[in-house]
Design a protein around this ligand. Sequence first.
Ligand code: URA
Length: 438
Amino acid sequence: MLLPQEIIRTKRDGGILSEQQIAGFVDGLVTGDFNDAQVGSMAMSIFQQGMSTEEIATLTTKMMHSGDVVSWPEVDGPIVDKHSTGGVGDKVSFMLAAIVAACGAYVPMISGRGLGHTGGTADRLESIAGFNVQPSIEEFKRITKELGIAIISQTDNLAPADKRLYSIRDVTATVESIPLITASILSKKLSAGLDALVMDVKVGNGAMMQDITQATALAKSIVRVANSAGVKTQAIITDMNQVLGTTAGNALEIYETVKYLTGKQREPRLHLVVVTLAKAMLINTKIAKDDKSAQMMVDHALSSGKAAEKFSVMIAALGGPSDLIENPWGSMTKASIIKEVLAPTNGYITHMQTRDIGMAVVGMKGGRTFNGQQLDHSVGFDRILPIGTVVNKGDVLARVHANSDDLINQAASQFTNAVTINESSVEELPVIYQTIDE
Ligand code: URA
């Protein structure tokens, strides 16, 4: 057996790890042969020294095979998923999975919990009474096969090596490492047995990657490694310098999803991200032959109500109500107090400290400050105005939903401080920055 300290020493000194050394590390993560100090040292060595594409690919594959790997022998269509690096108000997964499934793809989506200031898809789903984000793998497969869509959270059996490594990275200042993020995301995603993957790499002050150079480096790393593992992967870099859509907070984001799918409200930036990713998924799986036909399919999935129907049956199949679309608040809890946040002056909204808005949701207990914390799904913001809006003093910038006066007042002042209003406008930021194929 290779000694942990010898494997760590190789990376600490800037060497390239052999396949056998990486396998030793991943085995050690699962068996406990690498203790927490050794895992932390290894993570820090990788953080400091980096990894070659080959090393990242090996780490990803070994972590992916540390648990169950799902296969789909009886499914008659492409298996496709998307993953986002996370942001504030990022409810894209719901609309996207429903649209793509309505067009004939199979979307077995293993989603995450909130992380830091970013919300989590699995947490949002738990706003819905009865919804079970942790079905058995057999149930997950059955629902995906029957309906074309199932959105669940990570189970203990999928990429357990990542689970341990991630929890140690979280407390050893080693999260922001491109090799470690790549292997972490892809080991989980590839264990779902995908044919194709689209990555939404968020960039901006509400994202993990703050600038376009970092975002591009991460996008390239993920695309290279996933393609080398045989999964056709494209990354799209999208803006996270403001809340995506008009809401941030678990139940409020599900409500926005319902309004989007039924056509009652489609915030333009959110819509552009959804449509761009949906088209990429349809083209990469060859369901659509080109951009124009992909656009027609997406439009039809929405206008025919088929995407809304897919979402609705998936919610019911995983234990939620059968009428979420018709009566969303019948199975979700509303906060007891709503407060308007008013513009303190006339002008243009020119800037949003997006991370602070995410942290304001966490402060109202809509996100976690310790592992395993129970959330208050009802809290958050809605009616958030986008950057570029002209406002008069006293106009509503957003509304806060909370369950105590103290929390609501604190969140309202955090929101006010997070938004800048100026006399002159600024140039509009792009929503989609770049697509990375290779
Ligand atoms: N999400 C993950 O799953 N892993 C990371 O390392 C970062 C974001």
